[in-house]
Ligand binder design. Structure first.
Ligand code: ADP
Ligand code: MG
Length: 711
């Protein structure tokens, strides 16, 4: 007798259960439950432990508590101001408690006499007795047992939690004889202390005690994460197996000369990261590596070292940036870094020639463009820096060996893929993806699951940490302007970042112009102000930036165009207006424009106090004030936004993580990833584990798989 698989369960409709007729079937269907697998993976959202909840006699006025009670009487009234009011009296053998519900007339129908309910709320004393007003109510019905599962209930669906519990119980009872199949190798289960799957399904729905429920949750959450990781690892290994890469020479003279030319020693993090990259470069498979590093952590050096490894072996390298401005800045800084570095050239009388770095964006046109394109095609351009223009079909590389993609904080999946397609005799270039948005490690494992991850978690020495302050309301804002005037007085410079206006660049520009006018005529009237926004011509932008760099401007009023790449060490103060409208990552990027020199720097986050609410909650602003550590901020960001933003929003199928949380289950993500590698590396096609393969097939639609692979 073989055990029941998840696929078996998925093939049995809920109408086979007792008490599920057309009406209930339709109701279940409306909440996405059509078969027994759906049912078993609809987990309780809470568990009420009868032995552990407070009794009415123990309730303390002023405190919140959970009590399990029986409904005695229900009465509906209208208050003087015509609001509805439902008074309910409940008891539990130790005493009585009054409930009052305002504006919830339907409670009269819901709370019938004799019904068991779990209540959560704050206890008050009212007219000498205990009372809870508008408590949270969970119906328990007539379910017995020490622990009562509470399922997600919806008024509309007309399914209550004890019906759900009853159907789940029936399903589990029917599975009991054959058991539910467990495709996770016993060895992995043992190693990680995972209970069997049959026991886990029982333990999560009908636990004997809370510990059993926890063990069950742990096991089932592991399964969810293991399935995601298996898809990613299978895909990663396939890509590695099927694609031929270039084995680069990593310890040649060119890279050495580059290190020698740097005015500083590499940080330990840079050394470690470069070693990780070198191991990939030297290997026969193409590298797919993510380099995470906070703003200013020194990613450029790592990128240049990576590109030089390609050049050293006679190949070319490309660096792709998300915007033209950024591409231009990269070109400038890479050229500056490689100023005196030469490449061996056997065809040249002197034995070497200068390294050729070229910029290719849509702004490079005419004869200049032709020249660059020709150089890429004949191999005389060693390093190409550009935007997505670099991957247009018309661009031919003689031998592209390394691609560095600077994504900043946009994940350009398609672009990455297109660049990889620029193969050399079938060999795929090694790819390094850089991001300045720190992503918590476990989230990175899922979001960038097919990439290896390196982290620059150490800042170059000699920085003074940025002090971040929150200026809430007009009074404090005035302090910001006087701080800026004082800094300028002391010979420093400042940025003012204009409010973010939704999606419209036009509105944003208008707002920037308005801010500029206001500051120029009022708060900062005596200073030299410049304005920078996305609608200026490249020449205008460049001219303004040049003047700011040269110290001819004191204050740069700008939109988020300064978010990336702008590097003026003399700028020591920044004010971000309407800071609460920006995301955490963006604020962090913006703040990274100051604190780049020796001087102590300040970042002011300005918010407008609203009239009605003087204690407005700005958790993102508070997070920025609390820390400058990008990884810590990334964790907060994940916390605030939830995980939904990490996984695709389109991906709402069975593959959703129902129990596992990338936040709470960090350790489990790592275990699942390690287990996935172990399974796949021992059995690359899951040939010996058809049960596991079948489960992946069942759980992930093609679309999910594509999404996971592409992210
Ligand atoms: P990122 O691209 O990660 O934001 P950059 O590569 O632009 O950071 O580096 C920021 C600054 O730090 C640059 O001015 C760079 O020259 C400098 N830098 C990089 N590595 C080091 C190092 N090991 N020691 C000192 N300064 C460094
Ligand atoms: Mg390689």
């Amino acid at each position: 007798m073989t055990a029941i698989t998840l696929r078996d369960l998925a093939e049995i409709g809920v109408e086979r259960l007792k008490g599920v007729g057309d009406k209930k079937r339709a109701a279940l269907d409306a909440v996405g439950i059509t078969n027994l697998l759906d049912l078993l993976t609809t987990y309780p959202r809470r568990w009420v432990d009868r032995t552990n909840e407070a009794r009415i006699a123990d309730l303390v006025p002023g405190e919140e508590a959970l009590v399990l009670v029986t409904v005695r009487t229900v009465r509906k009234r209208q208050t003087r101001n015509r609001r509805s009011m439902v008074n309910v009296n409940v008891g539990d053998g130790s005493g009585r408690l009054d409930l009052v519900f305002f504006n919830q007339p339907w409670r009269e129908r819901q709370l019938r006499e004799g019904l068991q309910v779990a209540l959560f709320g704050k206890v008050d004393v009212y007219r000498g007795g205990l009372q809870m007003s508008n408590p949270i109510v969970d119906l328990i019905g007539d379910r017995t047992g020490k622990i009562v599962p509470i399922y997600p209930q919806s008024e509309k669906a007309q399914i209550n939690t004890w019906e759900m519990a009853g159907w789940v119980e029936e399903t589990l009872r029917r599975c009991a004889e054959r058991g539910i199949a467990d495709p996770v190798p016993a060895e992995i289960r043992r190693q990680h202390g995972l209970i069997e799957r049959s026991a886990a399904f029982t333990g999560i729905h009908l636990p004997e005690d809370m510990r059993q429920k926890e063990l069950a949750r742990y096991r089932l959450a592991f399964d969810e994460l293991l399935r995601v990781q298996l898809v990613l690892v299978l895909r990663k290994r396939t890509m590695e197996r099927e694609s031929l890469g270039i084995a680069h020479i990593v310890d040649g003279g060119l890279v050495e000369r580059f290190y020698d030319s740097l005015p500083f020693p590499l940080t330990r993090a840079q050394q470690r990261t470069i070693a990780e990259i070198n191991a990939d470069l030297a290997g026969a498979h193409p590298m797919h590596r993510l380099l995470q590093g906070d703003v200013g952590s020194g990613k450029t050096v790592v990128a240049v070292a990576t590109m030089l490894a390609a050049v050293q072996g006679g190949h070319q390298a490309a660096l792709m940036a998300p915007t033209e401005v950024l591409a231009e800045q990269h070109a400038a800084s890479v050229r500056a870094m490689l100023g005196d570095v030469t490449v061996p050239d056997p065809g040249n009388l002197f034995g070497d020639r200068p390294l050729r770095v070229e910029l290719l964006t849509n702004r490079v046109t005419g004869a200049e463009r032709k020249d660059v394109l020709a150089g890429l095609a004949d191999g005389s351009v060693d390093i190409a820096i550009g935007t997505h223009a670099l991957i247009q079909d018309a661009v031919d590389f003689a031998s592209l060996g390394v691609v560095v993609v600077d994504e900043q904080h946009r994940f350009g999946v398609e672009q990455r893929a297109a660049l990889r397609a620029k193969t050399v005799d079938g060999a795929i270039p090694d790819t390094l993806v850089m991001t300045a948005t720190p992503i918590p490690r476990t989230a990175a494992m899922t979001v960038y699951g097919d990439l290896d991850v390196s982290v620059l978690d150490e800042m170059p020495p000699g920085r003074t940490p940025i002090v971040t302050m929150w200026a809430d309301g007009p009074l404090m804002e005035r302090g910001v302007w006087s701080d800026i005037r004082a800094e300028v007085e002391a010979g420093h410079q400042a940025y003012v970042v204009c409010p973010l206006i939704g999606e419209s660049e036009k509105l944003e520009v208008a707002s920037a112009e308005e801010t500029f006018e206001r500051l120029a005529s009022d708060e900062l009237a005596e200073l030299r102000l410049g304005l920078l926004h996305g609608r200026l011509s490249p020449a205008e932008k460049e001219a303004t930036m040049d003047r700011f760099r040269a110290g001819e401007l004191d204050v740069l009023v700008a939109t988020t165009v300064i978010e990336v790449g702008v590097d003026v060490p003399n700028a020591t103060v920044m004010a971000i207006l309407d800071a609460d409208r920006f995301g955490i990552a963006q604020l962090h990027q913006l703040r990274g424009r100051v604190g780049r020199g020796e001087g102590a720097s300040t970042c002011w986050l300005v918010t407008q106090q609203s009239d009605d609410d003087t204690t407005a909650d700005h958790p993102r602003v508070e997070a920025l004030v609390a820390t400058t550590d990008g990884f810590e901020l990334a964790e907060v960001d994940l916390e605030l936004r939830g995980e939904g933003t990490l996984m695709s929003t389109a991906q709402k199928g069975r593959s959703d993580l129902k129990l596992a949380s990338l936040r709470r289950d960090r350790a489990l993500v790592e275990l699942a990833r390690a287990a996935a590698f172990r399974i796949v590396d021992g059995d690359p096609h899951l040939a010996e584990r058809p049960d596991l393969a079948d489960e992946l097939d069942l759980i992930f639609s093609d679309r999910d798989e594509e999404f996971l692979a592409k992210s």
